[in-house]
Design a protein around this ligand. Sequence first.
Ligand code: ATP
Ligand code: MG
Length: 655
Amino acid sequence: MSNEAIESLLKETRRFDPPAEFAARARITSREAYDALYRESLDDPDTFWRREAKDLVFRTPWTQTVEWNLPHAKWFQGATLNISESCLDRHMSTPTRNKAAIIWEGEYGETRTLTYAQLYRETVLFADALAKLGVEKGDRVAIYMGMVPEVAVAMLACARLGAVHTVIFGGFAADAIRDRVQDCQAKVVITQDGGYRRGHVLELKSTVDKALAQPEAASVQKTVVLRHLGAEKCPVTMVEGRDVWWHDIVDPNGHARREATIVDAEHPLFILYTSGSTGKPKGVLHTTAGYLVGTHVTTKYVFDLRDDDVYWCTADVGWVTGHSYIVYGPLSNGATCLLYEGAPNFPDWGRFWRLIERHGVTILYTAPTAIRAFMRQGDDWPKKSDLSSLRLLGSVGEPINPEAWIWYHKNVGGERCPIVDTWWQTETGSILMTTLPGAASAKPGSTGLPMFGVVPDVVTKEGTSVGANAGGMLVLRQPWPSMLRTVWGDDERFRKQYFSDVEGCYFTGDGARRDDDGYYWVIGRIDDVLNVAGHRIGTAEIESTLVSHPAVAEAAAVGRPDDLKGQALVVFVSLRPGFSASPELATKLANHVGQEIGKFARPDQIRFADALPKTRSGKIMRRLLKDVATGRETTGDTSTLEDLSVLAKLRSNEE
Ligand code: ATP
Ligand code: MG
């Protein structure tokens, strides 16, 4: 990697102040108030975290806030707790007891609501059943389920026993299950007969069977199977001696008595494999107290949670967003969460908006990939539903192109809802940067300011800050409570991956710039930085410039080796409805980039595509596009690619 700074050329100047009505009632109401809290979190972390964690359940309080032996941090040592007591037990003695914890809607529209008391009971009964199956503190349990309330029950029940869960996204194939089960040596797998996805039955149990038939998965002794679809829609074969039905081991009339296993602050809570945008997924390990405090505090402030909110995070629980912002963060705050089983476009592109109207959703947290997909369908779908219950919107997963931000703001937020663009990673456990909705103005495309206790910086490879408005490597200079503790079973990879690029810092893998107001702008992955005509630029700026053209819905920029220029700029583009691919349009789009950014940045080639290759969590996989652009075979890990045919199609479109 070169040491030169990265140029940042695109200056987005639009700015959206917190709406007065929102700010008046917000938890943090001004930039000054945020600044004061942020300063306190750095100057006096002990006072800060003790106060902010006061609602959480600790059996014994901590004696040391943080111990930092780079690269290893320990938070809140001396504390003992069980995270499920903060998410469930603590609400049993308050009115939250009878409040909806989870409102579930299936793909076919059926609904189910679990109050906190019901969720508590289900969890305790299931924990008891797991214990009787032989699950003990420290054992690893894989969870391969769809979006049903029981997935939260399964996670919380593992946590209640001090067992370490690893949730495997329900869209993964058998080999991905096998690899993850083998990597963490899971003892039990929890699954369900099947689930719905776009009207089709997704056979989860039979996929588990295929995974477990392989010798690499020999660690698994038991599987627990939830009946969700029923024998008619999704018949399953139960393996004698290995498989048990959930309803056979849980007695609905049983006494919910299983006490939580009390663990130390640093006891492992879960292992989660990253999305695989840049390579083979890493088994990120999170521990108990720091993760709880990090997700609790960020959920409360970033989403400005109030007692009467209906909060909807559209991520799948198989990703970190689902862990932190469907399960642990919201439940530890006593929030009401909507959980939706199916696809955003089933049976049509109005589904999300009908869900919002039907359940009176007040907070919506989704991803740029979804927003761009909705944009591609035009402005009419959201108009068909009453979205007036919404008061706050969020985004996570990729840089949001400013044009997509504006679309979201207008068509979903009715120009009245603040948008929190939240930057974080599987590794960070919780949101590390955003604009707190009542406190700071939003700038489309910027992830805003650091959360409490977080010290980001933009640096060169030597670790020198690049200063305002220049691009560089995004690092974190200090540990934060919910940071990963290691890569499961591979501490050397942990060191190498995160702590070897910039001395003394955690390196995020992302490039960014900080503007004059201290706002951060992620400009893409460092590995994807383009080198065109001697200029080093991030992918996000080129892509956002294209998305600002009315014809473009989505864009991905990559470099291709070029004899003359060193690197030629190739951009893959998918179009909005009403536009069709043509050489004239390609020229227009290339000129558009040239005008907006500079002649040197004019793409050498624009390639039209119906779809771009994405991870199963919906992120554009530029490393695969680089291979396509260069005309070489696909190299690297493709296990997380959502749809292999997308790549084949791109190749067959070769000019
Ligand atoms: P892998 O690490 O396996 O390559 P991944 O980085 O995509 O996969 P995640 O942990 O799911 O795995 O994603 C974190 C990354 O997503 C961040 O490093 C960043 O590149 C991107 N990201 C997440 N949120 C934002 C955001 N609000 N703005 C810009 N980028 C974001
Ligand atoms: Mg990553």
